[in-house]
Design a protein around this ligand. Sequence first.
Ligand code: CUA
Length: 319
Amino acid sequence: MDRPVHLTNIFDPVSTPAQAILELSWLVLWICAGIFVIVVGLLTYILIRFRRRRIDTEEPPQVYGSNQIELAWTVLPVLTVVVLFLVTTRTIRAVQNVVPSPDALQVTIVGHQWWWEIRYPTQGIVTANELHVPVSDRARPQATFLRLESVDVVHSFWVPRLAGKIDVVPNRTNTMWIEPFEAGLYLGQCAEYCGTQHANMLLRVVVHTRDDFERWVATQQQPPVRDPAVQAGRDLFQAIACVNCHTVRETLASGTFGPDLSHLMSRATLGAGVVDNTLPNLRAWMQNPQHLKPGNLMPDMKLTPQEMEHIVAYLATLK
Ligand code: CUA
């Protein structure tokens, strides 16, 4: 790609809510810029025009009260605030009061310290840190509706090019929607301080064409690869504590504290965006999870080098 890609630019929206918010922001910015120019202009003029001069010998005329001026500086600001209030309300309503159509894609996003669990209840898919959605076009609008929940502390879901920011609060379900009109990769970030690794609670949104999205869904719905060559690793994985926190479908592993690993290798990063999901990084992560992402909840499993190789070889098959 030739042109630079702005993965997180709020001034370059590619989704309906982000577009509406940007239009409102420009209007507010222009109104405020106008006020700034008028105030600073008048102030500068007065400072220069009425500065103290050597020839000044007596006080200037003293003015007590002016109905015109007082009315002007009361009415104009009130009108300005009313306009700002009305346009803001209009945008908030346009963004919030959208009811999902029956065929809209529904995704549940659960904030964890420090990663995102992403569930597609209708499709039966569970993944992590990568939200995949179809693109919307004029002929076939396709919004994606998100339900946002947290299992621990307050997080905040923010993908600047797709929508505004919304808090992800324990014991509460917030909702938002996106309607991206360009396929591509958009980056997001937890935007509420949630602990040591808040800065490494990253999120990738992959917007696919229709066909690509269908393909992605079909792949994720497949049962995990069962490669006889890595049977030793698979057995070992199921025999140790990995299964308490992670799920690999159709195995004994059904934990829900950590990310679902059924299609681990289909994801681009490890540790919610800390490193690329490559074999060396996967091995480094397994050898000492606290090295790449200090404070994360995955313990060091104290495996022997040989056990480690078996498990890594097994995980590497989970495409
Ligand atoms: Cu989650 Cu900050």
